[in-house]
Design a protein around this ligand. Structure first.
Ligand SMILES: *[C@@H]1O[C@H](CO)[C@@H](O)[C@H](O)[C@H]1NC(C)=O
Ligand SMILES: *[C@@H]1O[C@H](CO)[C@@H](O)[C@H](O)[C@H]1NC(C)=O
Ligand SMILES: *[C@@H]1O[C@H](CO)[C@@H](O)[C@H](O)[C@H]1NC(C)=O
Ligand SMILES: *[C@@H]1O[C@H](CO)[C@@H](O)[C@H](O)[C@H]1NC(C)=O
Ligand SMILES: *[C@@H]1O[C@H](CO)[C@@H](O)[C@H](O)[C@H]1NC(C)=O
Ligand SMILES: *[C@@H]1O[C@H](CO)[C@@H](O)[C@H](O)[C@H]1NC(C)=O
Length: 632
């Protein structure tokens, strides 16, 4: 080595040391002697709230974060949904509403620290718990285990994700103080320590030896045992109906020293279609929060701002039967779905005030809401009449039905078409003997709607028709199971259907890319003449409708009510607002964020109604939500 090179190396080393000293002034660690966190060498307690950037339009991120800061929180807790960023294997998206780094930056600018939860599994009542559905292309893959294909996919993903967040670690000048590994792993059947060890190795490799890594588990010995691992700080989660001292005693059994942490203190709860709306009382939240803070515990409120399951991102549970999560993720949280401060938020702020100085000034007010009124829609056409547009590649032929995953269309709707093998003059049962319709199937014969099949609920309907008539079965994926042992939740028609005595075969299966067509301007840019008025019999079965709204310069938030419509999906200006299902409830209105509304151009509303539209064909934009009306 030449002398010049040697001096250069010395210079670099000197620089590194100085730099090292600077960096060491920012530190975040666990103080096992004093049972607390240490930030820059000083005792630190967090009072945090969960917020999911994937459930809030980017334009509102700053507003929500500021409201959390002004409530007195010093941290937020954030999930990273893998499938939101890698919907197609190997194709990553970190822009627009998926711009995680921008979200971290806004939080940092607001003065909020971050507790990051990068999964890879997150639950979160999110489609498949955040796992990408393309993992299911390997039959019998054991998700969340040391299965080699699963581990390979996880390693690839974390090699993309973790280097992006590394500069945002607190010690590196960012705001991330702690990072969770997996999520509630102890409640999963696999209990595979090799998997958790593999994750620990990857997190250490990409984030360094000094980052505080932690786990979160439900408040039982079994969950804490399977979910915790040496080197990952074990924390618990529990809500208002739990004995706080007992729960922290359990955490102490797994972490005899270190801070007490409730990683998910439930301020509210989620809703499923068909169940009644869930709430958690403000008094209970205040009482239990006070109790935990008095003990010096670190608390994250789950959720602080729930937001919305836009598009197809809702998850589902499967305990005794499949139950899909509603579009709204309001969660009865302190900030409403639309980001408005509630009475619960103000009460929490009073509690926090007793424990720490909170920023002076008041919480920013609710953003304005507007009832734009009624819009009358027009019929565009049924699914089969628009197939060229929404299924441009045409059908895949197969003797037996194929799943969504086999056709690499993971979300939304797919059309299965065959013909009747014989005359059916009498009502003849069409049966899904193995309960293989995931999740709902809308059945027509030669354009006449016959009814539906529904997973776990309706496995047979009667059909009539003539030999050779077209049998159309539109199958809806209502969201993959996000929790428990049934997360390998394949979609479509999973097992053969039987019509009378015949096994149905010779299918034409149409993958449908409805979202791409609508984002491209269809049907509003189309040259067809929408029909109105229409006869009642034209309103049954899966059908598209469209309408327009002039907002006269306003871009205020609004709530869309589809009164007397049955079930379907809505888009505004090409953006998928989510599912509506007033016939089942409890959710009756869909949140329409103001930034989606154009103040000057005509706003385009597109509806896919699956079962039956009302003859009035009206939808209503109201100035308030209605989330709690279950129909029996
Ligand atoms: C990435 O996601 C953003 C936000 O949803 C979206 O606008 C954009 O079109 C996506 N990019 C690609 C290449 O799909
Ligand atoms: C985070 O905010 C602090 C305080 O405003 C600032 O000094 C720091 O540079 C920011 N970090 C990053 C990574 O932008
Ligand atoms: C769809 O609409 C077309 C054209 O209006 C009609 O001929 C056909 O019977 C309908 N098919 C279905 C499945 O509703
Ligand atoms: C199908 O039709 C048969 C004969 O009319 C009737 O007994 C049966 O209840 C019907 N089943 C359903 C599911 O509608
Ligand atoms: C609605 O559709 C029309 C026709 O394609 C288009 O000119 C207009 O820009 C669309 N409106 C918005 C807000 O995108
Ligand atoms: C539903 O919520 C509204 C608004 O919060 C409330 O006024 C109403 O009493 C609630 N209804 C039911 C049935 O709980």
């Amino acid at each position: 080595m030449a002398a010049g090179g040697f001096i250069f190396v010395l210079f670099i080393l000197a620089f590194l040391c100085v730099n090292g000293n600077l960096v060491s002034q920012r530190s975040f660690s666990i103080d096992y002697n004093n049972n607390c966190f240490l930030k820059d060498g000083k005792t630190f307690q967090y009072i945090s709230g969960s917020i999911h950037y994937s459930r809030i339009p980017r334009a509102y991120w700053r507003d929500r974060l500021l409201k959390m800061y002004m409530t007195g929180l010093n941290a937020i807790q954030v999930y990273v949904p893998w499938n939101f960023h890698e919907s197609t294997q190997g194709v990553y998206n970190f822009t627009g509403d998926r711009d995680l780094v921008h979200f971290l930056d806004l939080a940092n600018q607001t003065g909020l620290l971050v507790i990051l939860r990068p999964g890879p599994y997150i639950c979160a009542e999110w489609e498949m718990g955040g796992l990408p559905a393309w993992l299911l292309q390997k039959p019998n893959i054991i998700l969340r285990s040391a299965d080699t294909d699963y581990l390979q996919a996880v390693s690839n993903w974390l090699a993309i994700l973790l280097p992006k967040v590394k500069p945002w670690l607190y010690v590196n000048g960012g705001n991330i103080i702690t990072v969770q590994v997996e999520n509630e792993y102890g409640s999963y059947f696999a209990c595979d320590y090799n998997y958790m060890r593999h994750l620990r190795t990857l997190f250490r490799l990409f984030l360094g030896e000094n980052t505080v890594l932690f786990t979160v588990d439900g408040n039982t010995d079994k969950e804490m045992t399977c979910g915790s691992l040496e080197g990952l700080y074990a924390t618990v989660d529990f809500g208002t109906d739990t004995n706080v001292r007992e729960a922290f005693k359990r955490q102490r059994r797994f972490e005899p020293k270190g801070p007490l942490v409730n990683s998910e203190f439930y301020t509210g709860w989620l809703d499923h279609w068909g169940d009644s709306h869930t709430t958690v009382s403000t008094d209970k939240v205040m009482r239990v929060l006070t109790e935990m803070l008095l003990m010096g515990a670190n608390v994250n409120m789950y959720m602080f701002e729930g937001g919305t399951n836009f598009g197809y991102w809702n998850g589902a549970d499967h305990d005794t039967r499949y139950r899909s999560v509603v579009t709204s993720y309001d969660y009865d949280a302190p900030l409403s779905e639309a980001g408005d401060p509630t009475e619960k938020l103000l009460a929490i702020r009073e509690v926090i005030k007793m424990f720490r100085d909170i920023p002076s000034g008041s919480v920013p007010p609710a953003t304005p809401k507007f009832g734009y009124g009624f819009v009358t829609l027009k019929k565009v056409g049924n699914i089969s009449s628009v197939l060229n547009t929404i299924s441009p590649l045409g059908p895949v032929k197969s003797q037996y039905p194929l799943t969504f995953e086999e056709l690499k269309q993971y979300y939304g709707y797919m059309l299965y078409r065959t013909s009747l093998p014989r005359d059916l003059s009498e009502p003849t049962p069409l049966i899904s003997p193995l309960n293989g319709v995931h999740d709902r199937a809308y059945v027509s014969v030669n354009g006449v709607y016959q009814g539906l099949l529904e997973r776990d609920i309706a496995l047979v309907i009667n059909v009539t028709g003539k030999q050779g008539d077209t049998l159309d079965i539109l199958v809806e994926n209502m969201g993959r199971v996000n929790f428990g042992s049934k997360i390998n939740d394949y979609k479509g028609i999973l097992s053969n259907l039987i019509l009378g005595k015949d096994v149905l075969t010779d299918w034409n299966i149409y993958p449908l890319n409805i979202d791409e067509a609508i984002a491209g301007g269809w049907p509003h840019s189309g040259s067809f003449k929408p029909k109105s008025p229409v006869k009642k019999e034209d309103l049954f079965g899966p059908t598209f409708y469209m309408g327009t709204l002039q907002s006269n310069g306003l871009t205020w938030d609004t709530f869309l009510k589809l009164h007397e419509w049955t079930k379907g999906q809505v888009w505004i200006n090409g953006v998928n607002l989510g599912r509506y299902w007033p016939a089942r409830g409890p959710q009756q209105t869909l949140y329409v964020p103001g930034p989606l509304i154009s103040p000057t151009q005509i706003n385009n509303i597109t509806v896919l109604e699956l079962e039956g539209a009302p003859t009035h064909l009206k939808v209503l934009f109201m100035d308030r939500p209605l989330l709690n009306a279950t129909k029996s």
